[in-house]
Design a protein around this ligand. Structure first.
Ligand SMILES: [Zn+2]
Length: 284
């Protein structure tokens, strides 16, 4: 029994008041997916979710994005309670209704976009922000309807529009109803164009599928965040279908600005200043 009782290492003595004990609550540290460095969540919040080691732009919630692009307390949300119906009675590994409820609970949102009006440096505009936490910000009938209503309000109130996109594409659980949001949003934006009020897009990582193929690509000025992946189908699908090697940097914001699909890559820390300038240039 002496064997079990023996003390091989000396006991570590800690201050009695436990002052030096470090308490790390869950979720305080986030690993950068690009460089692998560990980032402190509070500092990341202050740095607008941009890694200070490598400059990687991490995903933002709609709430964080509102803070970034609007004057304090100026955002007034509209159509918050619009929710999808399960018109097709869709079910895969779980029912669409269960999936909607789960995503709502997880994100605190009723669907994948938050819309409203706000000001920046005192200039009013209409704002829609897609939030990837809700079903990969897929475009269902609520996303399309909220954008159409936002644009209609902008025309009525003579406001420019900013849409911040992020999406995996159409929401397959809504079938054709999801695809119908493409012409619907485009028709609303056509009326905005006729009113010459200014339509701005900020594409964030990732913007894909029916969103890229409709309202995201119609901006008077189309901006994107550094490193954002933008396309219709993903690179692997294209590579396998065409059986060809894709060029370096394919589908990144930097690649697409060179090809002319987007106008400008804007670092997050500069967006507020640059967007404010656009509002000034486009003011009526
Ligand atoms: Zn990093």
């Amino acid at each position: 029994m002496a064997l079990f009782g023996s003390q091989r290492y000396s006991k570590l003595s800690l201050p009695a008041n436990g002052e030096r004990k470090m308490v790390i609550p869950d979720g305080s540290w986030i690993k950068c997916r690009n460089c692998g460095q560990t980032l402190y969540a509070d500092r990341l919040e202050d740095n607008h979710q941009v890694c200070w080691y490598c400059g990687h732009h991490l995903a933002m919630t709609a709430e964080q994005r509102i803070k970034l692009v609007t004057d304090k307390d100026s955002f007034v949300e509209m159509d918050r309670n619009l929710v999808s119906v399960d018109a097709l009675g869709f079910s895969d590994s779980k029912t669409y209704v269960d999936r909607l409820n789960e995503n709502s609970k997880k994100s605190g949102l009723n669907d994948a976009i938050v819309c409203g009006t706000a000001t920046l440096d005192g200039r009013a505009f209409a704002l829609g922000i897609m939030d990837f936490r809700f079903m990969g910000a897929s475009m269902g009938s609520v996303v399309g309807e909220k954008i159409a209503r936002l644009v209609e309000l902008a025309i009525e109130k003579k406001l420019p529009v900013l849409l911040v996109t992020a999406s995996g594409g159409a929401r397959m659980q809504e079938g054709i109803l999801s695809l119908m949001q493409m012409p619907k949003t485009c028709a609303a934006l056509e009326r905005l164009d006729e009113a010459k009020l200014g339509y701005f897009v900020l594409m964030t990582n990732p913007t894909y599928g029916g969103v890229t193929a409709s309202f995201a690509s119609l901006g008077d000025i189309i901006m994107a965040e550094p490193g954002a992946m933008i396309g219709f189908a993903g690179p692997r699908v294209i590579q396998e279908t065409t059986n060809s090697k894709l060029p370096e940097g394919f589908q990144t914001a930097e690649f697409l600005v060179e090809k002319g699909l987007i106008d400008r890559v804007v670092e997050r820390k500069n967006f507020r200043k640059e967007f404010s300038l656009l509002l000034e240039i486009f003011k009526k």
